[in-house]
Design a protein around this ligand. Structure first.
Ligand code: IPM
Ligand code: MG
Length: 349
């Protein structure tokens, strides 16, 4: 079987972590008798430099014609002063939207080998999945500048429709059904109208899934509870912006933001797979970035988009084995570079 993978390497450490992941994919391909064809496309700062826009039409077309997309990271100081719609990040939001990827799945798991990297003094084992709404909310609402009574103003709008809330809610309830059957929906319903609608819709869904233990939590409390007792959570479902913030927070419980993969899915099997971290311009080109989040994202691609569970398991086991053997990149307190940790993972596949 041949799978067509579109590559969006992006900026900063993006090319390094994607290249490392391709060597892992090639290794599982050889072992399991699969082939992958890779086609690179420009997106983000590199696309701005080459074409003047962060998301060229050709990139959208290529991604839509692929079986799935593997993404590194975008952005950097070079493009920070551009207007919002021309920044690298607009390319990322644009491709998520163009592919209709409304469900961003971010598993948060503490490997036993990394227990000492978790900043909590005592922590019960936890295994959380954050289900983040990805194509709505304040990221995509009306925004702008205007003249107000006291001079210039700027505004961004959080807007959610019942349909958008319901479809992300279903992803969370279905996922909880396959796990420990708990859903926590995180909102700010004591202040925001959009959160009140969010909560109403979630309650309707909860009634449809009586075997799921459902609860609501306000986002400020959730930020605290994640640190106080992460083991209380199983599936978290939340809006685009709250999910962005809480997943960075949760990543620290696993030792490093360099550990968290993600998959973004919509109505089809075609997904976009990317680490949750950014392009780390400070270490770009040093080949010291931790590629594990991207490698684990590729494993998610094999599992969710291609139904290659065995190959996905092989990657995940190799990552775990590498950590168990004590190999660490710098973000995890070690000294290995991108290529060295990749070589260790390859040995175990
Ligand atoms: C993420 C990132 C992006 C987001 C940025 C780079 C636009 O922080 O994937 O979490 O906010 O979604
Ligand atoms: Mg983020």
């Amino acid at each position: 079987m041949n799978y067509k993978i579109a590559l969006l390497k992006g900026d900063g450490i993006g090319p390094d972590i994607v290249d490392s992941t391709l060597s892992v994919l090639d290794k599982v391909a050889a072992r399991f008798g699969i082939t992958f064809t890779y086609t690179p496309y420009l997106m983000g700062g590199c696309a701005i430099d080459e074409t003047g826009v962060p998301l060229p039409e050709e990139t959208i077309k290529g991604c839509l014609e692929s079986d799935s997309v593997l993404l590194g990271a975008v952005g950097g100081p070079k493009w920070e002063t551009l207007p919002g719609h021309l920044r690298p990040e607009a390319g990322l939001l644009g491709i998520r939207k163009a592919m209709g990827l409304y469900a961003n799945i971010r598993p948060v798991r503490l490997y036993s080998a990394l227990r000492e990297r978790c900043p909590l003094r005592s922590v019960e084992a936890f295994d959380i999945v954050i289900v983040r709404e990805l194509t709505g909310g304040i990221y995509f609402g009306e925004r702008g500048r205007r003249q107000g009574a006291n001079g210039e103003e700027a505004y961004d709008t959080e807007c959610y429709s019942t349909t958008e809330i319901e479809r992300i809610g279903r992803v969370a309830f279905e996922m909880a059904g396959m796990r420990s059957k708990r859903v926590t929906s995180i909102d700010k319903a004591n202040v925001l109208e959009s959160s009140r609608l969010w909560r109403e819709v979630m309650h309707r869904l909860a009634a449809e899934y009586p075997d799921i233990d459902y609860s609501d939590m306000l986002v400020d409390n959730a930020a605290m509870q994640l640190i106080k007792n992460p083991a209380q959570f199983d599936v978290i479902v939340t809006s685009n912006m709250f999910g962005d913030i809480l997943s960075d927070e949760a990543s620290q419980l696993t030792g490093s933001i360099g550990m968290l993969p993600s998959s973004s899915l919509g109505g089809t099997k075609r997904g976009l797979y990317e680490p949750i971290h950014g392009s780390a311009p400070d270490i770009a080109g040093t080949r010291t970035a931790n590629p594990i989040a991207t490698i684990l994202s590729a494993a998610m691609m094999l599992r969710y988009s291609f139904n290659l569970a065995e190959a996905a398991d092989a990657i995940e086991r190799a990552v775990e084995g590498t950590l168990d053997a004590g190999y660490r990149t710098r973000d995890l307190g070690g000294t290995l570079g991108t290529d060295e940790i990749t070589a260790k993972i390859l040995e175990l596949i």
